[in-house]
Write a protein that binds this ligand. Structure first.
Ligand SMILES: [Zn+2]
Length: 320
């Protein structure tokens, strides 16, 4: 039986019908309406449209926020306040006639990579997504770590530099504040002012460099831009070392826009990880790029959808 994953983002709602093998059979996208009733009807409509012609056993929504897993509610979502507090199982279950659950988007992405992507060959996976923010998810012995309420796995908000830059969450020096695309842009501004004759410096004289500018310049050999990415990778590695010590994963998958920098960020991260984590975990862990791209949340959500019997609709492999 197929399942539906719905990626409910700050700008768009993307719903897909996914087969038990992880194949995307059908997909629809709508702009997000950050108003309670409109948002609910948009999600219900996306589900109704995407399922047309397919047999479907359940739906799971991936939402960027703190999730109360047992209640199937979103406690808080910084960019999508309209979804907060809605009993989604009841509200959407009634409109669609399907069992509906909800999961944090980064946890769903981790589950997607675990079932169908960079972690499909292992039992212990950590996913870290480096985008505007830093998200994460942990699978230990084939089980998604949710914590007591469902808000576990917020890997982006571990403190790596106590007096560091302010994070979106209000704390200082979170991994997110040092290794996100936003952090790269901030670091680029600083390095550009120190090296005005570099490619980065010349760009910054015209406009504020973005994360993708830094990546583009670094690929063309601009040393100042390479330095920005290396520093980013070093901070990432400090965070990853902690994850290795706590979770002893077989694979750490790195996703999100920043992961497009590949080894420019990942090599310094691997170096720092080995300096700061323990053997044998540090010698065995593999830091890989995630493979599912922007659809990891939708695919993972579908694989987390539960049927009327509470079992995963897409099943889990025999070893899990
Ligand atoms: Zn934070």
């Amino acid at each position: 039986m197929n399942a539906i994953g719905v990626d409910v983002g700050g700008t768009k709602v993307a719903a897909g019908v996914i087969s038990p093998q992880g194949k995307l059979l059908s997909e629809v996208k709508y702009p997000t309406e950050n108003v309670r009733e409109l948002l609910l009807s948009t999600i219900a409509e996306a589900i109704a449209e995407v399922r047309r012609g397919y047999e479907v056993g359940g739906v799971c929504l991936a939402v960027p926020g703190f999730i109360l897993a047992r209640e199937n509610k979103v406690l808080s979502a910084a960019n999508l306040e309209a979804i907060e507090g809605i009993p989604l199982k009841e509200e959407l279950g009634g409109r669609t006639g399907l069992p509906v659950t909800v999961e944090n988007d980064a946890n769903a992405a981790a589950w997607g990579e675990f079932r169908f992507g960079a972690g499909k060959d292992v039992e212990d996976l950590v996913l870290v997504t480096l985008g505007t923010g830093v998200g994460g998810g942990v699978i230990s012995h084939g089980v998604l770590l949710r914590g007591a309420r469902g808000t576990g796995g917020e890997l982006g908000h571990i403190t790596v530099q106590p007096a560091g830059p302010r994070c979106g969450c209000g704390n200082r020096g979170c991994l997110e504040a040092l290794a996100s695309g936003t952090a790269i842009a901030r670091r680029a501004k600083k390095v550009a002012s120190e090296r005005p004759d570099s490619g980065l410096g010349r760009l910054a004289a015209k406009r504020a460099p973005l994360g993708e500018d830094v990546l583009d310049l670094a690929r063309r050999g601009d040393e100042a831009s390479v330095k920005v990415l290396q520093e980013t990778g070093t901070w990432l590695g400090i965070g990853l070392a902690t994850f290795v010590n706590i979770f002893d994963p077989e694979v750490i998958a790195i996703g999100g826009g920043v992961s497009e920098a590949g080894d420019l960020v990942l090599e310094p991260a691997r170096r720092e990880l080995r300096l700061r984590s323990h053997s044998p975990s540090r010698d065995l862990v593999e830091v890989r790029e995630a493979t599912l791209g922007a659809r990891s949340g939708m695919l993972g959500a579908a694989a987390l959808a539960r049927g009327e019997d509470e079992e995963y609709v897409l099943g889990v492999s025999a070893t899990r």
